[in-house]
Design a protein around this ligand. Structure first.
Ligand code: GLC
Length: 489
């Protein structure tokens, strides 16, 4: 048996043993959402990296570009689609072409002098985040790295910030986070609304798609493929070790491919085949084991799926990550309303109980810093995670995943279960007893509450565990936001 076949077999056995665990409640186990189109990567280095990444659970996403100067939704206001959230505003809003010109002119005023990635690393690390994904280029095509392919970039002499010693922003961010052992992810938009090879100035842009038929103008499309390939090559060579290539803009895809967000065949105007095999092969030569996330494009280049602003209600049968904004927008909007620390912790617990990762987005402002509220939220999350993180990291999903406001995880390596009681409040008040339905857990050895160093009493019956809460814990002052029971068996 080859090494790869052996690994595949072991993975299968592991998967089935997890499904057959006596702990699993059969009914819920059937709710495992099966993806018709997920392809297990056959590169064992990719599998190893994916396993490592799945243990990290909590990452930081950042959408940042010149759009932050206007505080508008990232890129989308230059897309000629008539949707509320893409609406143009401001002095140039009434006329598309002068608007696009003014938007692209933001390059000449972008000067985020407060940029200090170490400050972000410190805050993210204290909050328990373990990886970062940064927008090296969004759909508008502005590059937050020192590309050689265009002058529409942060390091162009047109951009005031280019004189700053830290002007190669993507590089500075990656280096700062890598120093603190974060996994590093490069967000890269496949569509590029600045490139003449995607939106050919000969025609006006019609919608988010390429504005000419690539089949009719293959040479132009080839230039676009090369442009994208070259930029990704730059990111994969000059920016140190990169773990994840997160490709957005799923409409740039070969025609008649399955969209994994909806599990049906997406109809697109033109075949927009960007040649992923060529890109991925090059990228993995430079970065062995690189996780490639060709979002929503079914097949071997979507190594994990990325439900957006949502949490699947049952575990998925493959690696996944929910990307969710801390405010309402992906990019910086002055006075945006941020989720509370309680809400973020609840999201994290909910996602982890379904076996996923939470990628939480914060949009830096035009001055180069975050809204102070973001720091405050991360601090509160950190206070909670310092005590309760052992139930989060290196965990796997376990049926019944949740019951009411109780959420479960299981340690990957030891016979330990965690039950999170989400209170929705800052101070947790516990009832006289708490009941868990965990089939098969009869030989409980010890139950305790994280952060409280005392053994608790329990009564175990067929499939259920009733924990007796002593009076002093019912109105406890030390338990904040979500209390976590540790059940060793
Ligand atoms: C949505 C937005 C896009 C953003 C992405 C992040 O698709 O339209 O601008 O980058 O979410 O997941």
């Amino acid at each position: 048996m080859s090494k790869i076949t052996a690994i595949k077999l072991m993975k299968k056995l592991f998967f089935f043993s997890v499904l057959l665990l006596p702990l699993n409640n059969n009914l819920k186990a059937q709710q495992h959402q099966m993806s018709k189109s997920y392809v297990v990567p056959d590169d064992s280095l990719v599998q190893q990296k994916l396993n490592k990444w799945q243990d990290l659970k909590f990452g930081l996403f950042m959408h940042w570009g010149t759009y932050s100067e206007w505080g508008v939704v990232e890129s989308w206001s230059i897309c000629p689609e008539d949707e509320g959230w893409t609406q143009r505003k401001g002095p140039y809003g009434t006329d598309y072409f002068s608007y696009k010109k003014a938007y692209e002119n933001l390059q000449t005023t972008f000067n985020p002098t407060k940029f200090n990635p170490e400050k972000w690393v410190k805050a993210a690390k204290e909050a328990g985040m373990k990886y970062v994904i940064f927008t090296t280029k969004h759909h508008d095509g502005f590059c937050m790295f020192d590309t050689k392919q265009t002058d529409y970039k942060i390091t162009s002499t047109k951009t005031p910030f280019s004189v700053n010693p830290r002007s190669n922003i993507a590089s500075e961010i990656f280096n700062a986070f890598r120093k603190e052992n974060f996994m590093i992810g490069a967000y890269f938009s496949k569509p590029d609304w600045h490139s003449e090879y995607y939106w050919w100035p000969y025609f006006p842009p019609k919608d988010r798609n390429v504005n000419y038929d690539p089949a009719k103008y293959p040479e132009r499309w080839q230039k676009f493929k090369d442009y994208s390939y070259n930029q990704i090559q730059e990111l994969m060579t000059g920016y140190g070790s990169v773990d994840i290539l997160w490709l957005d803009g799923g409409w740039v895809r070969p025609k008649n491919t399955i969209d994994t967000a909806v599990e049906w065949q997406r109809t697109i105007t033109y075949d927009q085949n960007i040649d992923m095999p060529r890109i991925a092969a090059m990228a993995r030569t430079k970065q062995p084991g690189l996780i490639v996330v060709d979002r929503t494009v079914a097949g071997q280049y979507e190594n994990y799926t990325t439900p957006e602003q949502q949490v699947p209600d049952a575990p998925l049968d493959h690696p996944w990550e929910s990307c969710i904004t801390m405010g309402n927008s992906w990019s910086y909007v002055p006075g945006d309303s941020y989720k509370s620390a309680n809400q973020i912790i609840s999201l994290l617990v909910n996602i982890v109980s379904r076996g996923g990762n939470l990628l939480m987005n914060i949009g830096p402002g035009p001055d180069g810093d975050w809204d102070p509220i973001a720091y405050e939220r991360l601090k509160q999350i950190g206070n909670w995670i310092k005590i309760n993180g052992e139930g989060i990291y290196n965990s796997v999903a376990v049926a019944p995943y949740s019951e009411g406001n109780i959420y479960y995880t299981k340690s990957k390596n030891t016979n330990t279960l965690y039950a999170f009681i989400l209170s929705g409040k800052d101070k947790v008040e516990l009832p006289q007893n708490v009941l868990f339905h965990l089939k098969g857990v009869t030989k409980v050895k010890k139950i305790s509450l994280l952060g409280i160093n005392k053994k608790l009493k329990w009564i175990a019956a067929d499939g259920s565990i009733k924990i007796i809460i002593p009076a002093y814990l019912q109105t406890n002052k030390g338990l904040a936001k979500a209390a976590v029971f540790k059940i060793q068996y």
